[in-house]
Design a binder for this molecule. Structure first.
Ligand code: KIV
Ligand code: NA
Length: 264
């Protein structure tokens, strides 16, 4: 088979087929997710938290993300690879957004980019799509604005549902091929999915979106501690890695490793 195209996601929506998206920031996870049938991989700016150890996604830069994008693209054969435009790299307007997105496409080799915001970035989305760069929108809770929003909070409750819908419409009208809905009530995500023509990808948005996305370290239980309500842990990678590491250290201390079979 061949690499997934944005067109395939529209077809999936028309057929009512749901699909899963994961973040990836390195070659091993990218290759595993690609082979396991994840059609879309996101090199998220969540690398800020999950790779670089920043408190928020605000500090991460284009130069930090580009090598991760290259690694994920090189390691995959089937997945459509989407790269996040980080905070500060597109807000100035369409010209800045285009300059940044072109770097991700040319130097990163990704197949699409994602940026945060609805009506306020419609001009940027239009400029990129006009230039031939597929854009994934991202509305609802947008982590790059967390200092304005006041932390991780559900967006679009009550009357604010209309705001989310207006943002979704703006993103679709500007030419985005899909849109992430983050931390919005399930009913709002359902409404957006029905009323807006492009595929919706939920995270903390209930079961009625066309697709679901999780940060891979959350999905696989590499990140421990209190997780947001929308996270489901499908494995305990933290536990597996901890016990492997303890065993390795103990065998080295006790002289059990290396054995004759590991020795030239
Ligand atoms: O950066 C990220 O991981 C994301 C997804 C959670 C949608 O934007
Ligand atoms: Na992101």
């Amino acid at each position: 088979s061949r690499r997934v195209r944005t067109r395939d996601l529209v077809t999936a929506r028309e057929r009512g087929e749901r699909w899963a998206m994961l973040t990836s920031y390195d070659q091993y996870t990218a290759s595993i997710f690609d082979q396991a049938g994840i059609p879309v991989l996101l090199v998220g700016d969540s690398a800020a938290n999950n790779v670089f150890g920043y408190e928020t996604t605000v500090p991460v830069t284009v130069d930090e993300l580009l090598p991760l994008v290259r690694a994920v693209v090189r390691a995959t054969r089937y997945a459509l690879v989407v790269a996040d435009l980080p905070f500060g790299s597109y807000e100035e307007g369409p010209t800045q957004a285009l300059r940044t997105a072109v770097r991700f496409m040319k130097e990163g080799g990704c197949h699409a980019v994602k940026l945060e915001g609805g009506r306020r970035v419609a001009a940027q989305i239009a400029a990129l799509t006009t230039a031939g760069i597929p854009v994934m929108g991202h509305i609802g809770f947008t982590p790059q604005s967390e200092h304005t929003i006041g932390g991780y909070r559900v967006q679009g409750r009550g009357d604010a549902a209309d705001e989310v819908l207006a943002d979704a419409r703006a993103v679709a009208e500007a030419g985005a091929f899909s849109v992430v809905l983050e931390m919005v009530p399930g009913e709002v995500a359902k409404r957006v999915t029905h009323e807006v023509g492009i595929p919706t990808i939920g995270i903390g948005a209930g079961p009625d979106t066309d697709a679901q996305v999780l940060v891979w370290q959350d999905m696989a239980g590499l990140r421990t501690g209190r997780a947001p309500r929308f996270v489901k842990r499908y494995a305990d990678l933290s536990g597996v890695l901890t016990s492997a590491t303890r065993q390795f250290a103990a065998e080295v201390r006790g002289g059990g490793f290396p054995g004759t079979e590991h020795t030239f």
